[in-house]
Ligand binder design. Structure first.
Ligand SMILES: NC(=O)c1ccc[n+]([C@@H]2O[C@H](COP(=O)([O-])OP(=O)(O)OC[C@H]3O[C@@H](n4cnc5c(N)ncnc54)[C@H](O)[C@@H]3O)[C@@H](O)[C@H]2O)c1
Ligand SMILES: O=P(O)(O)OC[C@H](O)CO
Length: 411
């Protein structure tokens, strides 16, 4: 295949769309929209945000309450575009006016050259099916989703699943990131894993690098991708580590770019299982010493999982990035999976009940990730090599007691 024709000097700008508008989706739309304004040489200013449409009622205590509308339900997209606030999933945070909420998924992704996927992982299959063949063939993706997809024969990273389903390359963003803190511009770090496809590599003049173009891109397992990627046209700025850094890095959100998509994705997904364990432990009345033991065991099982199923590409140094130990610590001490599993243990009710009654539509990713990972391990008869993950599944299902966790590790 010949390299793409065209001038090496970029003329077009990237159109950025955020697919998803929950607590984290809206926060990422905010920070990215701040950057598209600053880097107007690289990006179109407007950022589309796909919103799973629903009706919301603005309470009379809200500054957005309109007496003429009263308690009548209104479309969430209308509320976001009118008041520049996602009153349901990110209340009390002003969004830049260049974030545009769009209830049509197909319309929101049309002509976007950078797609940011940010919604609970259980919905990604349906979303990808709807936009298959309806995006730019050379679009590039970043998945901010923490979870995995499990099919009959394999466990798949979300970014891998997105890439294969849509025929594009997709990297991953993950870190010790509590959406509400970042939305309030409290400083934190994150990790973006992006393995620039050979066909997108350019030299200092913006021209394709000799030979690179013809090389196949290697997937997360280190194997050549089955479907060749369509290169990003040369009249766009390259989708490089530098350009992605410009899109996501903020004074309150420090981005480190790496290439290990497996480590970043799996650390982000599996820590949610460990966070549930820590919540159950604390709700049971144990404290930091028990929790740090569980974090350590959980990290060992996470690294073992990566080595067992993605041995070709995993890099242990990734676990020292924000996506690794930092996310493990924050998730086990202050995030939702920890907070609500603690509440479930304190109240003696199931986690499903807590998700339904306390979360106002938000999702605990740890529940589905535990189920999916355990079904994958059980199918291969290796679930006993992952005693902590197995115990969490048992506690969620009510078949295992928190006080029996130490017995798992007795020799
Ligand atoms: N919230 C955080 O602090 C945080 C931080 C880092 C990463 N993450 C990860 O980001 C991802 C997104 O989480 P979030 O916190 O933004 O979500 P959330 O739990 O706040 O919101 C749920 C979202 O799902 C949408 N939804 C409900 N039903 C749907 C359907 N059938 N199809 C499509 N969408 C539907 C809702 O409209 C809402 O936008 C998750 O993988 C999470 O682990 C979250
Ligand atoms: O609130 P949680 O449990 O979904 O976790 C949020 C982030 O993943 C923490 O880094």
């Amino acid at each position: 295949m010949a390299p793409p024709a065209g001038s090496a000097a970029p003329r077009r700008k990237h159109k950025v769309t955020v697919v998803g508008s929950g607590n984290w989706g809206t926060t990422v739309a905010k920070l990215v929209a701040e950057n598209t304004r600053i880097h107007s040489d690289l990006f179109e200013e407007e950022v589309q945000m796909w919103v799973y449409e629903e009706q919301v009622v603005i309470p009379s205590t809200s500054p957005h309450y309109d007496a003429a509308v009263g308690d009548a339900p209104q479309k969430l997209t209308h509320v976001i575009n009118t008041y520049h606030e996602n009153v349901k999933y990110l209340p009390k945070i002003a969004l830049p006016s260049n974030v545009v909420a769009n209830p049509s998924l197909v319309d929101a992704v049309r002509d976007a050259s950078i797609l940011i996927f940010n919604l609970p992982h259980e919905f990604i299959g349906n979303v990808c099916r709807q936009i298959q063949g309806r995006i730019l063939p050379y679009a590039r993706g970043i998945s901010c989703i923490k979870g995995v997809t499990v099919t009959e024969d394999k466990v798949e990273l979300i970014c891998e699943y997105i890439g294969e389903t849509l025929g594009i390359y997709c990297g991953a963003l993950s870190g010790a990131n509590i959406a509400n803190e970042i939305a309030n511009e409290l400083w934190c770090e994150t990790t973006i894993a992006y393995n620039t496809p050979p066909c997108d590599k350019r030299d200092g003049n913006g021209a394709p690098i000799d030979g690179c173009y013809a090389q196949p891109h290697l997937d997360a397992r280190g194997q050549a991708c089955k479907v060749p990627l369509t290169p990003v046209p040369l009249d766009y700025p390259p989708v490089s580590h530098d350009v992605l850094h410009s899109l996501f890095d903020r004074p309150y959100f420090t981005v480190t770019m790496v290439s290990d998509v497996v480590g970043v994705s799996l650390a982000g997904a599996l820590k949610n299982i460990v966070a549930l364990a820590c919540g159950f432990i604390e709700g049971h009345g144990w404290n930091m010493t028990a929790k740090t033991a569980v974090m350590r065991r959980g990290m060992l099982e996470t690294i073992q999982f990566c080595q067992d199923w993605f041995p070709e590409t995993i890099r242990e140094m990734t676990f020292w990035e924000s996506a690794g130990w930092s996310d493990m610590i924050v998730s086990c001490t202050s995030a939702r999976n920890w907070r609500y599993s603690k509440l479930a243990a304190e109240r003696g009710v199931s986690l499903y009940d807590i998700e339904r009654t306390e979360l106002n539509g938000q999702k605990l990713q740890g529940i589905s990730t535990t189920k999916e990972v355990m079904s994958f391990l059980r199918k291969r008869g290796v679930e006993d090599r992952y005693p902590l993950f197995k115990a969490v599944e048992g506690i969620v299902d009510g078949t295992f007691a928190v006080e029996d966790i130490p017995s798992l590790f007795r020799r």
